[in-house]
Design a protein around this ligand. Structure first.
Ligand code: UDX
Length: 463
């Protein structure tokens, strides 16, 4: 019974962390989109839940974005406070929609703000009904790649049946996908029913929205975007990387958003500054992935025995998995931090490549800063992203797994060598630079995403 209770406790701890981190992963792109709207002369109000607002601080106190909060019914503990994920989702829907409606009404009365449109996250389809009550235009905002959304869309329509029984899956506009290259929830079908409902629920009302906005850019996912015309009422508005990382004219502006954790900025930047150009491997598995002990040890040894410097983000909760004495043994060769300013790290000239779990934000960031990748997906959408990194965008490789699903240290060393010095590495770097330029062009004046944002803005009465 004790074991059972501990298992449940761990499950709830994971779900709680997932709720906050996923929330931030969704707020960040929305915040950056709001900033682009403001740059076009639109007034933007960003609404988040009371619980999440405690872990979100805008780093730009003079921001022209108005930050407002509503209760989701769980102000003290968010997701973890609810008895189950289903309770959370249904309470968020009922309490959240009432509170969102009250907020729109209140702001209309007290500030004389007249809203024209509601841009809402795809995980809260009920926001469409709130917007319609007020006669607002509606835009559903998808934070993940078009490829991943396309797969989920086909599941929701029943054109991709679960459980998948064939070894390969064919989706229009996508390369043939092995089952293990689908998003984790689909090949572990049935394990997380609430998350599954949330994913499929994204498509319950999106056809009624005036626009569908995707955090991608047309050049990046042309094939799949062009195959899905019926849900694309406007299209791509990304990448939602802070403008100062895409536009040289803005690069001295440091107020680019918000951070989840203490970033150890000066430690990281001083250390990187002391390293030669292209000599450092940056390693991060994002805000959520939890590696097994064996995998952690193989990465540690692979990095230690490789010929390159490394900066490794090991979150506090993962630190005890490092081999004994590892930090001492590596000396100046490696720096381990609990969290870092990732965009600034990726932009640093000492960087050679990025060993990553392939969370969508990390992939977009590497791509926008021209950094080639070693792709080690763990769960969520990461396997599909990693497939694109290697086979579609050709900016990285996936180190092979052994029969236990572990990437061994020899493979890690060999892939790092290849990426830092080999012909393949040069090719990947060239491709990454190509995508970097295309991403910049997409959000630059007259680019594909910029034009879509202009079109959206032109429909707003207030502009
Ligand atoms: C989660 C899922 O795991 C991912 O698959 C999905 O695509 C988005 O939501 P996460 O695992 O945190 O996200 O990965 P990712 O999408 O890469 O986002 C991590 C963010 O944290 C990035 O914006 C990155 O710049 C930032 N980060 C990461 C830091 O600022 N510092 C760090 O040390 C590590």
């Amino acid at each position: 019974r004790g074991k059972e209770i501990r298992k449940n406790a761990i499950k709830w701890k994971d779900l709680a962390r997932e709720a906050v981190d996923e929330g931030q992963g969704h707020i960040n792109p929305m915040l950056q989109f709001a900033k682009r709207l403001v740059a076009k002369g639109v007034k933007a109000t960003l609404v988040t839940t009371i619980f999440l607002s405690n872990s979100v601080t805008l780093s730009d106190p003079t921001s022209s974005i108005d930050l407002q909060t509503i209760s989701d019914g769980f102000d003290q503990g968010g997701f973890a406070q609810a008895k189950s994920p289903h309770t959370y989702m249904s309470t968020f829907k009922s309490v959240g929609s009432q509170n969102l409606a009250s907020l729109i009404k209140k702001l209309g009365e007290t500030t004389r703000l007249k809203f024209d449109a509601l841009v809402y996250d795809s995980f809260m389809p009920w926001a469409l009904d709130v917007a319609k009550q007020f006669g607002l235009l509606t835009a559903v905002f998808f934070t993940q790649s078009c490829a991943v959304n396309s797969i989920y869309y086909h599941v929701s329509k029943g054109t991709l049946k679960l459980p998948v029984e064939e070894p390969n899956v064919s989706i229009p506009g996508l390369p043939l996908l092995q089952v293990s290259e689908l998003p984790f929830l689909l090949y572990h079908y049935g394990l997380y029913p609430a998350s599954f409902d949330m994913i499929v629920g994204q498509f319950s009302k999106h056809e009624a929205a005036d626009w569908v906005l995707i955090n991608s850019f047309h050049e990046l996912e042309k094939e799949v975007i062009d195959k899905m015309p019926e849900i694309w009422k406007l299209g791509t508005i990304g990448p939602t990387i802070p403008s100062m990382f895409l536009d040289k004219r803005l690069e001295n502006n440091k107020d680019y958003g918000m951070s989840l954790l203490e970033q150890n900025t000066s430690t990281c930047m001083n250390w990187l500054n002391s390293k030669p150009n292209g000599s450092v491997v940056y390693v991060s598995f994002g805000s959520m992935a939890e590696l097994g002990l064996e995998q952690m040890a193989e990465i540690a040894l692979g990095l230690k025995e490789s010929n390159y410097y490394f900066l490794w983000v090991v979150r506090k909760s993962e630190e005890s998995k490092l081999p004994n004495n590892f930090k001492v043994e590596i000396g100046e060769k490696g720096l381990i931090v609990a969290w870092c300013p990732q965009l600034e790290v990726l932009k640093h000239e000492s960087l050679g490549c990025f060993l990553s779990h392939c969370g969508y934000n990390s992939v977009l960031e590497a791509l926008c800063l021209g950094v080639p990748m070693l792709a080690m997906p763990q769960w969520a959408d990461q396997a599909t992203n990693a497939k694109h990194v290697e086979d579609v965008w050709k900016i990285g490789i996936r180190p092979s797994l052994d029969e236990k699903g572990i990437v061994r240290k020899e493979v890690i060393k060999q892939c790092i060598n290849e990426m830092m010095q080999g012909e393949m590495g040069k090719e990947m770097k060239k491709n990454a630079d190509k995508w970097k330029n295309l991403a910049r062009e997409a959000v630059d004046d007259g680019g594909s995403s910029d034009t879509n944002i202009d079109e959206f803005v032109s429909k707003l009465v207030c502009v």
